[in-house]
Design a protein around this ligand. Sequence first.
Ligand code: FAD
Ligand code: NAP
Length: 338
Amino acid sequence: MIQSDIDLQPYNTMTIAARARHFCSANSLEEVREALRFAQAQQLPILPLGGGSNIVLTGDFPGLALHLGMRGLEFEVLDDGVRIRAAAGENWHQLVMRSVELGYGGLENLALIPGNIGAAPIQNIGAYGVELKDTFEQLTAIEIASGELVTFSAEECNFGYRDSIFKGPAKDQYLISEVVLKLSGTWQPRVSYPALQQYFDEQGLARDALTPAQVASAVIDIRNSKLPNPVEIPNAGSFFKNPVVDAGQYQTLKTAHPELVAFEAGDHWKLAAGWLIDQAGWRGFRKNGVGVHDRQALVLVNPGHRCGSEVVNLAREIASDVQLKFGVTLEPEPRFYP
Ligand code: FAD
Ligand code: NAP
């Protein structure tokens, strides 16, 4: 079941060609444990893989690329909502659409996010004002060092803005095998984002009569209109996180650039990274087969199926230009391997 010298191009949505010294697709807990024993015996680093939509391969991976393919999806109807148990290898968007079809609300703003369930807690996926943590109950993970199962509550996951314990103190220590969500029986649409408001205005749909299916459909239409489908134009979604700055830096920027796109986040301000990159003149840029999407400057694209270093070089050029022009530091959102 463990293969050697495998091309990872089909396993990352940036379509970067890089080889893994070993590769394995595990479809059960026992297969995961077997793969872990193999890696431990040879002291190999592990690259956990879901849909590969939030990674950048900067070179060959010298260890075991382990695809988590476990399947299983259960809906349990409760007095006050519904509980969803989903195995790591289930596709996120299909889970959202299944819950919407069954009439359950809570996940519709997160429609069309690529990738699998197992990766969703890693960065607490979010879109249009909703995050995984809003419906998250708990997860089960396999501790890499011991092969033991461990559960994490929402509090233990320490979710933040595109962040969790799995990017911090628990980084590289666990493989998430199952996620449990709880959707409330009292659903309210969350449609505060301007793009959603505009969509419903144009369609003549009253906000207080919306269904989860209508919101999902709006999110899908809007996303399709501005985000590149990775199957057609390779990409890893937003390449940079939205920088969060203090009130002083925000005021200075707002004075210099009155049209600055920013949102209050507690006593700080979240800047729209896409706006900064666009203003710096990068939208639609192309060089050496890589570039910046022409309808959303936050998305770097790899239509030439180039290697990771081309993507990283472009990202560095953009970040240093934004630093120069706005004094703002951009940090990549996807994880770089190795
Ligand atoms: P991968 O890319 O396979 O992995 C991501 C990270 O998680 C890696 O570090 C990997 O090692 C680790 N990992 C994967 N599975 C496991 C597991 N079972 N256990 C432990 N670690 C694991 N993100 C958002 O938050 N909001 C969006 O709206 C959004 N839109 C996107 C749009 C596009 C077009 C694209 C390409 C990406 C978008 N993303 C978005 C980013 C991405 O879809 C999410 O981060 C998603 O959760 C990644 O899932 P994946 O299965 O592809 O993860
Ligand atoms: P958008 O709607 O054009 O908005 C631009 C930026 O402004 C976003 O970054 C968003 O922050 C912020 N924003 C807009 N309205 C806001 C509000 N009412 N309150 C707080 N912040 C607001 O963004 P887009 O690029 O088309 O993406 C739409 C949604 O999908 C966003 O939520 C985005 O995060 C998500 N998305 C994520 C990825 C990814 O890879 N991570 C890729 C594509 C889309 P937030 O980003 O914090 O929401």
